[in-house]
Design a protein around this ligand. Structure first.
Ligand SMILES: [Zn+2]
Length: 458
């Protein structure tokens, strides 16, 4: 079945075909490791993971590369403000290297907890300074860059295609940027962006720095993704992902510098993820609605429930996070996990349901549709439970709900006694008592099913 993806570049759904046969090259903008990973980030990486797992499910070999930004990302994406890592170091009284290490580990632990598969390559920006310098040199040679006392800039006016991804004209960018504090009087156009920051002025004490043809300094944030994507995947890649906030600046800049340096198309399909809001508001530390994996665990919720929650909404639509919706997703997740755990593992996968599930995913990763196939399978009385379980295990290659790992349900001694009492009450047609006992079992966290053989817990 052919996968259709919404390509930001063409602003339309396109049938996905990789450049080379069965191999898919995919680059995902990774985290800037200066603070805790929160559920907003989790949504983005689960989105990448679903895309990657779907491609694998369809039979492609996916080479997935992700960067870890540990240098050069300023507090404003358009190169103004302070370096995020330096800011983090100052706040915590640690070195920038320690900050990067700590938050990289935190990020990776979060990803493991929500079953986001590790990319084939995860690599730090600071390990690719040479590739960035080389790319910058190519841009200088070809006349796309200029140097000031403070930095090396990409000259956006030299690129006739600049702005095509976001559909913004350069003249509109100038107007948009009119309130920008002019930090470098030699910068020619407000949309010009830094390829290399010199260790002068406000950056004279910058901790991370390397020698370069433009003096001691550090790379701009945008150049890192181009350099790393090309280094691992070649000049042209199939898919590039990121948050929608990256469209107008970061990705526009990535395209400009990559295509001007190589003369080749940089990315064939641009996939962008929408935001997650919390209780109707943007997530922020100051509002106290910035949630991490520990907050989720503290509420007794399995972090994997976030995957199910995210999948209920298209990756292209904003998602409003509430604890109620996550708790509801957790209940559904537990139901699925317990169902599979109680079945024997010798069922037959339903091809009909796999086809429906795949059809949902192939519709621009319509995960809500794919989930609806999960629920109709569960409710289908024509399919044996053991075959349902086998089919769910097949789906789990994409869902990532950990259905293979869940141990069969353990029923406590207390619950066993309640079940015996309840079956006796039902035999005696004492419905009031039977209902009371059911409520007690529900309170213990079991799902209570009435079957011809009596009460069954799930
Ligand atoms: Zn990037």
């Amino acid at each position: 079945m052919a996968l259709t993806l919404y390509n930001t570049k063409s602003r339309s759904n396109e049938v996905f075909t990789p450049l080379s046969d069965n191999e898919v090259t995919m680059y995902a903008c990774g985290p800037t490791v200066y603070d805790y990973t929160h559920i907003g980030h989790m949504r983005k990486y689960v989105g990448d993971d679903i895309l990657r797992r779907t491609l694998t499910y369809l039979g492609y070999n996916v080479k997935h590369v992700m960067n870890i930004t540990d240098v050069g990302h300023l507090s404003d994406d358009a190169d103004t403000g302070e370096d995020k890592l330096e800011k983090g170091a100052l706040r915590e009284g640690k070195s920038v290297w320690e900050v990067a290490q700590y938050y990289t580990e935190y990020f990776e632990a979060t990803m493991r907890a929500i079953h986001v598969l590790s990319p084939a390559v995860t690599s730090k920006a600071t390990d690719h300074i040479q590739q960035m310098i080389t790319l910058n040199e190519q841009l200088v040679e070809k006349g796309f860059a200029y140097e000031t006392a403070q930095a090396l800039y990409f000259d956006v006016t030299k690129d006739p295609h600049y702005g095509e991804l976001s559909g913004q004209k350069l003249s509109e960018k100038s107007i948009g940027a009119r309130d920008e504090v002019v930090e470098d009087p030699e910068k020619r156009h407000p949309a010009d962006f830094s390829l290399w920051f010199k260790r002068v002025g406000k950056f004279k004490d910058h901790t991370m720095h390397w020698p370069s043809p433009w003096g001691d300094g550090f790379p701009g944030w945008h150049i890192e993704c181009s350099a790393m994507s090309m280094h691992y995947l070649g000049d042209t890649i199939d898919i590039h992902t990121g948050g929608i906030d990256h469209i107008p600046v970061h990705h526009e800049n990535e395209i400009a510098q990559s295509e001007c340096a190589t003369g080749h198309q940089f990315v064939r399909y641009w996939v962008h993820h929408a935001f997650l809001n919390v209780d109707g508001e943007k997530m922020s530390k100051s509002k106290g609605n910035f949630y991490t994996i520990e907050d989720i665990r503290a509420k007794g919720i399995d972090p994997l429930a976030t995957r199910l929650l995210f999948m209920q909404t298209s990756y292209r639509k904003p998602l409003n996070f509430t604890w109620e919706s996550l708790a509801a997703a957790n209940k559904l997740l537990k139901k699925l996990q317990r169902f599979v755990a109680t079945q024997k593992k010798n069922g037959v996968v339903s091809r009909e349901y796999v086809a429906q599930f795949t059809e949902g995913l192939c519709d621009d990763l319509n995960t809500a549709k794919a989930l609806s196939v999960v629920w109709s399978l569960l409710n289908d009385s024509h399919i044996e439970d053991v075959d349902k379980a086998a089919t769910l295990l097949s789906f789990d290659q994409v869902l990532g709900f950990g259905l293979t790992e869940v141990a069969p349900l353990e029923i406590s001694e207390e619950a066993k006694i309640l079940v015996v009492q309840r079956d006796a009450a039902r035999q005696a047609k004492d419905w009031v008592k039977s209902d009371t006992l059911r409520d007690e079992l529900l309170a213990l966290g079991y799902e209570v099913l009435d079957t011809p053989e009596g009460t069954v817990l799930n």
